[in-house]
Each structure stands twice: as structure tokens, then as C-alpha cells.
Design a protein around this ligand. Structure first.
Ligand SMILES: Nc1ncnc2c1ncn2[C@@H]1O[C@H](COP(=O)(O)OP(=O)(O)OP(=O)(O)O)[C@@H](O)[C@H]1O
Ligand SMILES: [Mg+2]
Length: 423
């Protein structure tokens, strides 16, 4: 089914405004009012609280909003006192990591995928605040595909001397092609059992003391990390914790993927030292809070299969994860090729103008009269010898209005004309 995105935005925005008005939490549309984003195929509607509405009030109504727009995956987030509603509306385009190899990238940056505007984004290991990453999400969310893509992008851009790789992955047998792709950078062979993992991790921690062969950076990628800790016990937990805690200064970086990102499964020291979270779809809001390390990120509303958020303290950025071309969950045969965005093209985000609030519904006639009355009484109560400008009067009814433009101009003209008729 082909949906016209501008129609979709108009209808969705209307529904959201009405729903919140009915719940006594009115909001107004903020500029840019509606956008179609790629490659995730979402529309984004910007809102700000009106009157005495609080941001938290609207956040608490997220289920009502999802119900009203008939989409369980409608995701509401807040930023700087404003609200953003993201509603999926169409099919997504997968992105292969290979298609992003040529994108400009700073040294030691693991490519993650593309942001909603189609711009490649990465995790800079050279940045002292983002040396490691905990990759979380439910099964099928795309953790392994993302971790492998990150590792492959680093291998592609660096020599073995610049970057060596350690992989611990009990499911590695299912992806021999990945092993081939990174073979030139592998330090020890891929560890597939807890015993092998312990040995490798001991070596890595020893390397932190500067004992081993000199390489500039060492990337340690551990998949199914909670399972490894469960079977490997406290020693594994301690080894991983010390890498997360002290690895950065030794040029050692940890990418750990798991379905169970809690302190209960990983230990408090490890979770506390992995502040960067790459989170795919999770089951519910409390899992989202655990995975993201903070509430309100809405990972339970993500779509799975590479729809991720990057959480780093206050920064929360949604992105479509890149996936190795040949990636099939556990499979070994290469997938057929998938369409990729042209990253050289400037990101184009069509902004769709919505009509001014409440226009042009029939019910607005009543509202027009009420707003005209508000202006009438305002002028009466605050007489101004030179009279009021249109903008000043518009702010009487839309207090948050910055500039009078677009659909607001005919609206305010009409309302002032009505106000002038009041005797
Ligand atoms: N970035 C992506 N783009 C498109 N599809 C993806 C992407 N990532 C994953 N998928 C799809 O989802 C499937 C599962 O991905 P993946 O194996 O990475 O999940 P996972 O989170 O590691 O799951 P598990 O916890 O069971 O290991 C893949 O086989 C692929 O079909
Ligand atoms: Mg996996």
C-alpha cells in the first residue's frame, strides 16, 4: 500500500492534537511541523505544550496517542521542553555496511549506520567519552548484525598494526564469512566457549599492562555477554569490568552485545562503565530503561531489525543500523544485495507544512468565535493608544507563537475581523 506521506502527516497531526485536547493536555504544532525521514520511513511531528500542559503529562499519554494514531510503534520523546512524535508509515530501506565504507570518517570511528536524515553516523573510539559500547535489544533486534558491521568498518579503515581484533562469540560458527572478513585483524582465534573466552580475556587484561605485541588499539567484541558471564562466572565478570574501567587509557575498546543488559546479569561495575548504549527494540518500557540506562527513551517502540537508538547521557539519536551485506541471522550464505542510500547526496528532509492549529475543521467556527472574544476582551482590558499589531494579537491566542507566518496569517486576520464585529 502506498501512503501519501503529506496526507499521513496531516491526518496524524490532527489526530494527536485532538486526542491531547480531549485529555486536557493541549499542545500546539512546532516548526518544522512534520517531516518525512529516511531511511527509516517515519514521519516526525514536533509539538510543544500549550497553556498549562506539562511535557510529562503528554509523555504519560503516549499509549493514548499510539492508540489514536493506530500505531503501536508511535514513539514519543522529549527534548528541551518540546515533544517529538515519530510514527512509522512505510517500508524501510536496509543499509549495508559496505555501502558506507566510502563515507568520510574520522580515525577509529566505528560506523553505526545512518541517522534518520540518511547521514552516516559513527562511534568515535578516540573520543574519551565513548570508548566502549553496550549493544542491547531483544532477539532479532539486530545486535549481532550491528556489532559485526561496526567491527568490519574499523577493520576496513585500519591496518592490523593500527587495530587488532578479539572476538568472543558462541554463535560464531554460524557466520564463517564474518571470520573471513576480519581474519586479517584477528588476534587470537575467535573464542567460542567460556574456557576459550577466559583465556583470551586474561590475555587482553595482561596486554593492558603493556606486555603484549604493540598495536595502537585493540577492539574486543563479545557477543551474548550475559550468557558468557553466567557460564564463566565471577572471573569473566571481573575481567570484562576491568577492560571497561581501565581499557580506554590502554587503547582497548569493548563492544558487548546482549539481550540482558541489566546490572543483575552483567554486574554493577561493568554496566556502570559502559555508558554508551546502542539499543534496538526491547519488549517494554522498563526493559528500555535498563538497556538505555535511563527512562523515557522509548526503545520499546522501535521496529526491530536494525532500528536502533544511540544513547549517551543526554544524547538520544535514532538510527538505522548498517548490516553486513552477507548477514543472515546465523546463516552462512550471502544475502542478495539490498538497496542502499546514496550518502554523497545531501540529506533531504521534506518538511511538510501543516495548517495552523485547528484549521480547517468545521468545529473551528466555535473556536474562532471564542478566540475573537479573547482578543476583544484583551484589547478592552489593555487599551493601547496606537493599537495592537497582528502579531501581538496572535500571541494572545497562541502564546508560544514566535513569528506570524504561513497558515497563521489568514487565521489571525479572520479572527481579528470577527473580534472587530463584537459590540
Ligand atoms: N540493520 C539491519 N537491517 C535490516 N535487517 C536487519 C538488520 N539487522 C538485523 N536485521 C535482520 O534481523 C535478523 C536478526 O538480526 P541479528 O542476528 O543481528 O539479531 P540479534 O539482535 O543479534 O538477535 P539474537 O539476540 O537472537 O542474537 C537478521 O537476520 C536480519 O534479517
Ligand atoms: Mg545476536
Amino acid at each position: 500500500m502506498v501512503i501519501d506521506p503529506s496526507q499521513f502527516i496531516l491526518e496524524s497531526a490532527d489526530t494527536v492534537l485532538k486526542t491531547l485536547r480531549d485529555r486536557n493536555a493541549p499542545v500546539s504544532l512546532d516548526h518544522p511541523k512534520g517531516m518525512v525521514l529516511a531511511p527509516v520511513s517515519l514521519v516526525e511531528i514536533y509539538l510543544k505544550p500549550a497553556g498549562s500542559t506539562k511535557v510529562a503529562q503528554v509523555m504519560a499519554l503516549s499509549d493514548d496517542i499510539a492508540l489514536a494514531v493506530k500505531n503501536d510503534n508511535a514513539r514519543i520523546t522529549q527534548s528541551g521542553g518540546k515533544l517529538i512524535i515519530q510514527i512509522p508509515y512505510g517500508p524501510r530501506k536496509p543499509i549495508t555496511i559496505e555501502s558506507l565504507y566510502a563515507a568520510p570518517s574520522a580515525p577509529y570511528t566505528a560506523t553505526l549506520g545512518c541517522d534518520l536524515y540518511g547521514k552516516p553516523i559513527g562511534l568515535s573510539l578516540a573520543d574519551p567519552s565513548t570508548p566502549h559500547a553496550l549493544i542491547a535489544g531483544t532477539t532479532g533486534s539486530g545486535k549481532t548484525a550491528l556489532a559485526q558491521a561496526m567491527v568490519m568498518s574499523l577493520c576496513k579503515r585500519h591496518t592490523r598494526k593500527e587495530m587488532m581484533l578479539v572476538v568472543i562469540d558462541p554463535k560464531a560458527d554460524r557466520a564463517p564469512w564474518f571470520e573471513n572478513a576480519v581474519a586479517g585483524h584477528l588476534g587470537p582465534p575467535i573464542a567460542r566457549t567460556p574456557d576459550a573466552a577466559i583465556k583470551v580475556l586474561r590475555q587482553v587484561v595482561k596486554h593492558m599492562g603493556g606486555v603484549s605485541e604493540p598495536v595502537t588499539r585493540l577492539v574486543v567484541y563479545v557477543d551474548e555477554v550475559a550468557d558468557l558471564i553466567l557460564s564463566g562466572g565471577i572471573e569473566v565478570q571481573n575481567l570484562l569490568s576491568s577492560i571497561a574501567q581501565r581499557g580506554r587509557s590502554a587503547g582497548i575498546h569493548l563492544f558487548a552485545a546482549t539481550q540482558k543488559p541489566s546490572a543483575k546479569h552483567l554486574g554493577p561495575l561493568l554496566t556502570a562503565n559502559l555508558p554508551v548504549r546502542l539499543v534496538g527494540r526491547v519488549v517494554n518500557a522498563s526493559d528500555s530503561a535498563l538497556a538505555c540506562g535511563q527512562a523515557g527513551c522509548g526503545a520499546e517502540k522501535l521496529l526491530g531489525k536494525g532500528d536502533f537508538i544511540f544513547v549517551d547521557g543526554a544524547r538520544v539519536v535514532r538510527f538505522q543500523a548498517a548490516m553486513p551485506q552477507g548477514y543472515q541471522s546465523g546463516g552462512s550464505k550471502p544475502a542478495q544485495s539490498v538497496p542502499v542510500p546514496d550518502w554523497t547526496a545531501p540529506a533531504q528532509t521534506p518538511v511538510i507544512e501543516l495548517p495552523a492549529p485547528d484549521e480547517p475543521k468545521p468545529e473551528t467556527e466555535r473556536l474562532d468565535k471564542a478566540q475573537a472574544a479573547a482578543i476583544f476582551w484583551y484589547r478592552k482590558a489593555n487599551p493601547k493608544p496606537d493599537g495592537y499589531t497582528q502579531t501581538e494579537l496572535a500571541r494572545v491566542i497562541w502564546p508560544d507563537l514566535k513569528t506570524l507566518a504561513g497558515g497563521y496569517i489568514p487565521r489571525i486576520k479572520k479572527i481579528i475581523a470577527l473580534a472587530n464585529q463584537i459590540q
